[in-house]
Design a protein around this ligand. Structure first.
Ligand code: UD1
Length: 427
């Protein structure tokens, strides 16, 4: 996923101000797109973000035989004839969430082949829990050197306990169980809002699901599902990133279409740092002018704890606050790629195993830095906003995977509108 113009230049040093409307959620939209395969007809996702990962998933659906089109930000998916069952690694290698298509393909067609999934390089990211839940519901799965071949006439409901909470594996289990024979009980499920939104979407299609948002989800399998039609909820990680942008520039912003109630752990930290916020008439007014307190210790956790996806953006903010902060990354083992780039810009950050030790308050200076993954890349953009001089962030395509208008939203001029997404050329 690279283009000719894979960098952006950012002139820093100005407090952020203005009103930003939050895009639809990437992590909610992707599994909903997979769920749309379960209806033999047209489903629509309204307010769907037009970001590279969504376009990649759209291309995969087309590859399976779906006809898709956009009307503004509404994505229509006609899955009447989406009966192909093979997704080559050229697609799956680009995006980890493609793995949830396996359960959907098996539910629909009884078999499926999937190249191994890719995605951001932030740790090992195995798929054992995905395969475990599918096997528990009756799939025969063969792990080949290049990919996974699976078959299952019809899933059979069962009780399945996840040994570890996983957002994707929980979604996989749900997608498999909605059309299974009988009842499924999923235990130790992920409670992230994106699991809940998938269930809300599936329920709009007729699925019988209870308990989403808790660790115990009960599903009664039915024979078929109707058309899906839903507004994609606002992206809580994009909202959190922009609140960090206000914090790092000590600016003030207003967020429209913000994800109410989904950012509590993050906002609590923001408040302790000296930030203020207030919900008013459906908007969130964010004031970062008083940001001044370091964070002695913070751990990333499963929902409702502090989200791992906001760890790098927060680290950039902490680099600008005098005093010592410590972050412990508990979800992914290799999610500090942004740290060494921030150090290049003048930040004082030391990584010790799962901990990042930040000695904040040293001035950040613009230079050339490299985004290596989505959220770490966003953190570099934030640091650039606060730095003296101009920063060139290479690897903009990583950031475009998840942020539709980050330059426009953060008042960065120059590159917005550059078409970075390249469709996949198969032999
Ligand atoms: C999703 C989000 C990602 C977020 C993450 C954690 C999407 C598209 N991505 O990723 O932005 O950072 O949740 O909130 O929604 N694990 C296993 N075996 C598996 C699956 C996961 O060991 O089969 C481990 C992972 O390596 C990780 C932990 O479980 O250490 C949590 O991962 P998981 O919740 O599955 O993350 P994703 O669904 O990939």
């Amino acid at each position: 996923m690279k283009g000719l113009n894979d960098h952006i230049r950012i002139a820093g040093g100005k407090p952020l101000e203005g009103t930003i409307s939050i895009q639809g959620s990437k992590n909610a939209a992707l599994p909903m797109m997979a769920a749309s395969l379960l209806h033999r007809g047209v489903s629509v996702l309204k307010g769907c973000p037009r970001i590279a990962d969504v376009l990649c998933m759209e291309e995969i659906l087309q590859r399976l035989g779906a006809v898709t089109w956009w009307e503004g930000h509404d994505l229509y998916m006609d899955c009447t004839d989406a009966d192909k069952t093979e997704i080559p690694a050229a697609f799956t290698g680009k995006m980890r969430s493609s793995v949830v298509l396996l359960g959907a393909m098996l539910s629909r067609s009884g078999r499926g082949y999937l190249g191994y999934p890719g995605g951001c390089v932030i740790g090992k990211r195995p798929i054992d829990l995905h395969l475990m839940v599918l096997r528990s519901l009756g799939a025969e799965i063969e792990e080949r050197p290049q990919g996974i071949a699976a078959s299952c006439k019809r899933f059979q409901g069962a009780e399945v306990t996840f040994p570890k909470r996983s957002v994707g594996a929980t979604q996989q289990g749900i997608l498999a169980a909605v059309l299974a024979r009988g009842e499924t009980e999923l235990l130790n499920c992920a409670c992230e809002p994106e699991v809940k939104w998938l269930c809300v979407y599936l329920r709009s299609m007729g699925a019988v699901i209870r308990g989403e948002g808790t660790s115990r989800i009960l599903i009664t399998g039915i024979e078929s599902l109707g058309a899906g039609n839903m507004q994609v909820p606002p992206d809580r990680i994009v909202a959190g990133t922009y609140i960090c942008a206000a914090a790092i520039t000590r600016g003030k912003i207003v967020l429209e279409n913000h994800p109410e109630g989904e950012l509590d752990a993050f906002l609590e930290v923001y408040r302790k740092m000296g930030g203020q916020y207030q919900g008013k008439s459906g908007k969130l007014i964010v004031d970062g002018t008083g940001i001044k307190n370091p964070v002695a210790f913070l751990e990333t956790e499963v929902y409702p704890g502090f989200p791992t996806d906001l760890q790098s953006p927060l680290m950039a903010v902490l680099a600008t606050i005098p005093g010592k902060s410590r972050i412990r990354e508990q979800i992914f083992e290799d999610r500090y790629k942004a740290a060494e780039e921030l150090v290049r810009m003048g930040a004082h950050i030391r990584i010790e195993g799962r901990d990042a030790l930040i000695e904040g308050g040293y001035p950040l200076r613009g230079c050339r830095v490299y985004a290596r993954e989505l959220r770490g890349g966003a953190a570099l953009i934030l640091a650039a906003l606060a730095a003296e001089g101009t920063t060139c962030v290479e690897g903009y395509s990583f950031i475009r995977r998840g942020y539709e208008h980050i330059c426009q939203d953060l008042g960065i001029s120059g590159v917005e509108g550059t078409e970075i997404y390249e469709s996949i050329q198969l032999p």
